[in-house]
Design a protein around this ligand. Structure first.
Ligand code: SF4
Ligand code: SF4
Length: 220
């Protein structure tokens, strides 16, 4: 193990590791490398541990091969590519990760994770970072996207399913932007893709109970 630790120090931090390493060897080298080469404080290492603990995803398995970033359909709009977000977390750069627009632009489509040679669940990492950003009151880089998320969640609480027209109306109200995409909305109405009235599921009380439990959990 000591030999491996010593070897870790001569690796380039963004070069993939040899495939012959077992997972535990790989993890040990990756962690030693980040901690030693970059002289990470306990606090910086703690951020990575927290993200790993909450997401269940071992970010130290990332090779930084950039397959995820190359395949992400939204990477052009992001301030950091998906693999760069992983690197920020590995290096304990919490502010940069939580203030990033990427965590809000990611739609959780899993295009990245299905192509990842290490099967890293990137959307799960993004989810955790969004939750941490909100819990810690970090300025949200894309507040309109957060509003959209909230409208979707509120629609499910009210009806047990989404009512798209209502979500769009409320979202537009918060954005004060009534006329952008109006042509698309009208076309969707014409093609009956948008219901005028919401439909409720039968046991809506059970859905509301779930929301109540989550609120109580958050309060504790
Ligand atoms: S595809 Fe997987 S291993 Fe490669 S950079 Fe992205 S997360 Fe890391
Ligand atoms: S899940 Fe997020 S990061 Fe991955 S490809 Fe989709 S938008 Fe990009």
């Amino acid at each position: 193990m000591e030999a491996l630790q010593a070897e870790a120090k001569i690796y380039n931090p963004i070069r993939p590791f040899p495939l012959i390493l077992r997972d535990d060897e790989f993890n040990m080298i990756a962690q030693a490398q980040d901690a030693d080469i970059f002289n990470l404080s306990k606090e910086d290492q703690g951020f990575a541990k927290e993200v790993i603990g909450k997401s269940g995803v071992n970010i130290h398995m990332c090779w930084h091969c950039k397959t995820c970033s190359g395949g992400c359909p939204f990477s052009d709009a992001m301030d950091f590519f998906p693999n760069q977000i992983i690197r920020l977390v590995q290096l304990g750069m919490k502010d940069e990760a939580l203030e990033s627009s990427t965590i809000w632009i990611c739609v959780g489509c899993h295009t990245c994770s299905v192509q990842c040679p290490q099967a890293i669940d990137i959307p799960a990492i993004m989810d955790v970072l969004r939750q941490m950003a909100m819990a810690e009151g970090v300025k949200v880089a894309q507040p309109h996207i957060l509003n959209f998320h909230k409208e979707v969640v509120n629609s499910i609480r009210r009806h047990g399913r989404t009512h798209k027209l209502e979500i769009m109306m409320r979202y537009k109200l918060s954005k004060k932007d009534w006329f952008a995409d109006m042509d698309v909305g009208l076309k969707m109405l014409q093609k009956r893709k948008l219901d005028l009235m919401p439909s409720k599921i039968k046991r809506i009380s059970e859905i509301r109970q779930l929301y109540k439990k989550e609120r109580e959990k958050d309060a504790n």
